[in-house]
Design a protein around this ligand. Structure first.
Ligand SMILES: Nc1ncnc2c1ncn2[C@@H]1O[C@H](COP(=O)(O)OP(=O)(O)OP(=O)(O)O)[C@@H](O)[C@H]1O
Length: 287
């Protein structure tokens, strides 16, 4: 089948790692029974250091795609590559989960009985990559870079949800991943906290330049953060439109009031609304 043409993208200063190629991927749940076609011949090329935002109607198959990249479940055909290495594909339906691709979950997953610093340092120590001393030192540096100094000795329950989200990102980055996989990390936040989170995420990103695969239902969030926005079709999921967000980084919230931002919003809303109507007609509600 023909590949969707994708606009070129070259992030400045990228270390050149973290290219994801999703090639003609098909995912069918319960192939012998209900046979739910979740992803249908989906192809997307994500450049190293790109912030790639994925939007689409509820239940269209976005998380399925993320799970396939993370190695949480198998695909039925097609292939996914990371920096040219096949993660899953012919003869290997499921990728191995690995520290090169870290998932930041919607509801967070910090240990409530460990301090924030211990949470951040925990991963590399458990993997035997660092001693506690080394991990604490790196964690303190990364937390300072992310504006989290002063929270180190608090427990997750003692800090705001916004701080917890930032801690989760820093914890993920402790493993020096090539790719961060985020599934609506700010869904539960109020809009003010969300805007602070967006700028904080970009600040962390500008210092780390990992590839970011970010699922959201929030179109403003998608355009504000993303180099590109991939608008998925209603289930089964494949790109309907790929929008190149030609607003230069570094960005701050001032860009929201620019005419170009509004134009990009209009373009996105039109495409998403069309798919939402199809999903609604098919009996699935918009999220
Ligand atoms: N284990 C499973 N078995 C059968 N069907 C599944 C399974 N997991 C997901 N599905 C179905 O696959 C489709 C895609 O689900 P997925 O979670 O990937 O969508 P999504 O786009 O991430 O949705 P949302 O935006 O609501 O999080 C949905 O119709 C869902 O019901």
């Amino acid at each position: 089948m023909m590949r969707e043409p994708t606009p070129s993208f070259q992030p400045a200063g990228s270390a050149g790692k973290g290219a994801i190629r999703i090639e003609d991927v098909v995912k069918i749940y319960d192939p012998e029974g209900a046979a739910v076609l979740a992803v249908d011949h989906c192809s997307v090329d994500i450049q190293p250091g790109e912030i790639c935002m994925i939007v689409g109607p509820s239940g269209c198959g976005k998380t399925t795609l993320l799970n396939a990249i993370a190695g949480f479940h198998s695909i039925n055909s097609g292939a996914i590559y990371l920096d040219g290495q096949m993660l899953c594909g012919p003869g290997k339906p499921k990728a191995e989960p690995g520290p090169d691709r870290i998932v930041v979950f919607q509801n967070g997953a910090l240990f409530p009985w460990k301090t924030v610093l211990e949470n951040v340092a925990f991963g590399p120590v458990m993997q035997g990559k660092m001693t506690w001393k080394e991990a604490f030192e790196k964690a303190r540096h990364m937390m300072a870079d992310a504006g989290l100094s002063g929270t180190e000795q608090n427990y997750p329950g003692e800090v705001s949800s916004g701080v917890r989200r930032r801690v989760e990102i820093v914890r993920a980055l402790m493993n020096d991943p090539k790719v961060l996989l985020l599934d609506e990390p700010y869904r539960a936040l109020d809009s003010l906290t969300k805007s602070v989170m967006h700028e904080a995420l970009l600040e962390i990103y500008y210092k780390n330049k990992v590839t970011i695969f970010f699922i959201t239902h929030d179109l403003e969030e998608a355009i504000f953060l993303g180099h590109r926005v991939v608008i998925m079709t209603t289930r089964p999921c494949k790109p309907k439109k790929i929008l190149n967000v030609d607003i230069p980084h570094p960005r701050d919230y001032g860009v929201l009031t620019t005419p170009r931002f509004r134009e990009l919003m209009d373009e996105t809303i039109e495409a998403v609304h069309e798919e939402a109507l199809k999903a609604f007609a098919a009996g699935e509600k918009e999220g």
